[in-house]
Design a protein around this ligand. Structure first.
Ligand SMILES: [Zn+2]
Length: 210
């Protein structure tokens, strides 16, 4: 028979009697299964408590394993947290980089609205200002062409009339000169005739007086 105490000063003690002389003996549980000589009769005995020692070692190993497991899990948790933190930082940096690389959405939508408005205004400007002006310009150019043609016709007509008038004036001048010449001849003939009449009259009265 033997008993195993709880921990005393950090150690468990096995209490038993020498199987030979029945002297009471106390040994540390760590010595269970080992042979020693009895302090009273010097006969060797095997320290009992092997099962308890094995249980204690098992418990210690299980505790150490649990602690190691817990430490591993804690380490894993710390690693996961560090990784998650790094990931969050990376995403934050990425978001910041993206925000920096493109203009804010409000500005983008404002720019979009400005472009659309500019397009609409340009379209309206083209439709209501440019096109009527182009139409009026084309009409004015057409009228100008027609007026230029009319002017050419008028110039031709005026030139033709002037030529005819000049020709008429020349003919009339020649006629006047001819009439003047005829008049001179006529006056000359008249003077000759008057002289003839006078001479004839004198000869007649001379004949009458004879
Ligand atoms: Zn003994």
């Amino acid at each position: 028979m033997y008993t195993v105490t709880g921990k005393v000063g950090g150690k468990r003690i096995v209490k038993f009697e020498c199987p030979t002389c029945a002297a009471p003996i106390e040994s540390p549980l760590e010595e269970a299964g080992q042979k020693f000589p009895c302090p009273s009769c010097a006969r060797k005995f095997v320290t009992p408590g092997v099962d308890e020692l094995r249980q204690q070692q098992e418990a210690a190993r299980a505790k150490a394993e649990a602690r190691a497991q817990a430490e591993a899990e804690a380490e894993q948790r710390r690693a996961d947290e560090a990784k998650a933190k790094q990931q969050r930082q990376l995403e934050k940096n990425k978001a910041v980089a993206e925000r920096r690389s493109r203009p804010p959405s409000l500005l983008r939508s404002a720019a979009f609205v400005s472009i659309i408005t500019a397009c609409v205004v340009m379209g309206l400007f083209d439709l209501f200002i440019i096109r009527p002006l182009q139409y009026r310009l084309a009409t004015a150019e057409q009228k100008l062409d027609e007026m230029a043609k009319d002017q050419d016709h008028l110039r031709d007509a005026v030139n033709g009339n002037t030529e005819m008038a000049n020709r008429n004036a020349t003919v009339m001048t020649e006629n006047i000169q001819r009439v003047d010449a005829d008049l001179v001849h006529l006056r000359h003939d008249l003077a000759a005739l008057t002289e003839t009449v006078k001479t004839t009259g004198r000869e007649k009265s001379g004949n009458d007086s004879q």
